[in-house]
Design a protein around this ligand. Structure first.
Ligand SMILES: Nc1ncnc2c1ncn2[C@@H]1O[C@H](COP(=O)(O)OP(=O)(O)OP(=O)(O)O)[C@@H](O)[C@H]1O
Ligand SMILES: [Mg+2]
Length: 492
């Protein structure tokens, strides 16, 4: 039982007696037990302490168990959640399982049921952690040499990578969707190199690059004289990829006629070269990518529905970079390493200001645009640090500036003349309570204006006494009557 103390369980229940009995049961098992009487308090604990499993009541005043589950999955997806459901909430509990709860225990529960469930949840938790670690290792190994490494620790990318490792060993067709530059080709590569086909060929064909006949010839091969220009017999890419993976990029651009032929290969695993009647059988794993919405293309009769369902056995959707900003520092570092080597420049890193811009920008060109930006910055850099100087103007301009009502240069006090206050950014992690963000912005603004509360208030577009109040310094200033007046205003 000794090792149980390394696992922390958080109990969330507004009902004092249930909470106490749960604490007793779990402490007896040797776990480190924390308790909260509301979802709000629970979230606060989760932000501050490592918790492995949350046991929460479903029905609570304020945040419900489901709300807590969702918030938890958003800020700490590795935590397993066990729900306690009373009479009449079983259906909700089942619903919650679909949203990622580990399990639920119905009230009144037997002690043994609860402890068993928690033990299993913990096992899953540690297995998942180990899995993540092993995957990291495999990723490192696989990335040796010319193979491209997949960078990303955001929840979205971890989900993608999890699916990649789950399906890599099968031969199922995979459809990769995502905006341009999100890394579809990188993932197609990973699918191949994580699979048992890794030592067989990985062949890429871009469906957008070739006109119809040439694309078909490219895919299926042709006999001599099969069409004008076919001066010799040629193996198609399907044959070349035999035993390995064929990556069909921009599949949305494929003509309807070619789609019919592709469908047949998917259904029967066979085809003929152009100008030949001999049937060829191949064992090829197909990975397709698209940045157009295929369902929309189906509606417009540009894409065959039956082919879509054949391709769409497993779908991986790569989120745009703006939706996974946590990956930006890692990716930036990764590209910095690559282009530093390439350009023989001893660059140590990226300045905080420059990184803040990279984090705030919306990256319409996704990872590719980030890569190009870093490459350019490395080439331009004259010191051992990438600073705002090396970032393109358009990127800096596109970033929203801090402050509701920026001052004109004339309005700036003497000691701040020449500083551009609109160039400073504050980055906060998702899930940070708004109140905390507000405080951080106030503190940061104050720091930038060297403590001038009136100026800070002006920049933030609020009254200076609001700043004092937010900073908890209200008592120190103004008359009590004014104080009261403001409180009344606040409540409206
Ligand atoms: N997760 C990632 N880790 C490392 N590099 C990445 C990652 N995602 C993308 N890249 C890099 O960004 C660039 C663009 O990626 P990729 O070519 O895979 O995008 P794509 O989705 O296929 O784009 P398009 O739709 O324009 O073809 C490549 O140089 C790739 O190496
Ligand atoms: Mg691509």
């Amino acid at each position: 039982m000794d090792t149980n103390s390394e696992s922390t369980i958080l109990i969330v229940d507004d009902h004092k007696e249930t909470q106490e009995s749960l604490i007793k049961i779990l402490q007896k098992e040797g776990y480190t037990v924390l308790a909260a009487e509301s979802g709000e308090i629970a979230l606060d604990i989760i932000r501050k302490r490592p918790v492995q499993v949350v046991v929460t009541d479903l029905r609570m005043p304020g945040m419900s168990g489901i709300d807590l589950l969702r918030a938890c999955k958003a800020i700490a997806p590795e935590i397993e959640i066990v729900l306690i459901s009373g009479y009449g909430t079983i259906e909700t509990a089942v619903e919650a399982m679909k949203e990622g709860a580990y399990d639920f225990v119905a009230k009144p529960f037997k002690k043994i049921m609860l402890t068993k469930t928690i033990k299993k949840a913990l096992e899953k938790q540690s297995l998942a952690a180990e899995n993540r670690y092993l995957k990291e290792q495999i990723k490192d190994l696989k990335s040796l040499g010319s193979r491209k490494q997949v960078i990303g620790t955001s929840l979205a990318m971890r989900r993608v990578l999890e699916i990649v490792s789950q399906v890599a060993s099968s031969s199922a067709t995979v459809l990769i969707q995502g905006e341009s530059g999100t890394g579809k080709e990188v993932i197609a590569n990973a699918l191949h190199y994580y699979s048992s086909r890794a030592d067989k060929p990985f062949v890429k064909v871009s469906c957008a690059a070739l006109p119809e006949t040439l694309l078909e010839a490219e895919l299926f091969g042709h006999e001599r004289g099969a069409f004008t220009g076919a001066i010799a017999r040629r193996e198609g890419r399907f044959e070349v990829a035999n035993g390995g993976t064929l990556f069909l990029d921009e599949i949305g651009e494929m003509s309807m006629a070619t789609q019919v032929k592709l469908l047949r290969v998917l259904q029967e695993g066979e085809f003929e070269r152009l100008g030949s009647s001999k049937t060829i059988k191949v064992d090829v794993r197909l990975v397709a990518a698209t940045n157009v919405d295929l369902l929309e293309a189906i509606k417009q009769k540009k894409f065959r529905e039956d082919l879509y369902y054949r391709l769409n056995v497993i779908t991986l959707t790569l989120p745009p970079l703006r939706d996974r900003k946590e990956d930006i520092p890692l990716l930036a570092e990764h590209f910095l390493n690559i282009y530093r080597e390439k350009n023989h420049k001893p660059i140590k890193g990226i300045s905080k200001e420059a990184m803040d811009i990279l984090l705030a920008y919306s990256w319409p060109g996704n990872v590719r645009e980030l890569e190009n930006t870093i490459e350019r910055a490395v080439v331009l850099a004259r010191t051992d640090l990438i600073t705002l100087e090396e970032l393109p103007e358009n990127l800096k301009r596109a970033v929203v500036s801090l402050g509701a009502d920026p001052l004109t240069p004339e309005e700036l006090p003497e000691n701040l003349k020449g500083e551009n206050l609109n160039k400073n950014y504050l980055i906060v992690p998702l899930g940070t309570p708004l109140e905390e963000i507000e405080l951080q912005v106030i503190h940061e603004t104050l720091r930038r204006v060297k403590g001038d509360k009136n100026l800070a208030a002006k920049l933030l577009g609020i009254a200076s006494r609001t700043i004092y109040r937010k900073l908890g310094e209200l008592e120190k200033m103004d008359s009590p009557s004014e104080h009261r007046e403001e409180n009344i205003l606040d409540q409206t």
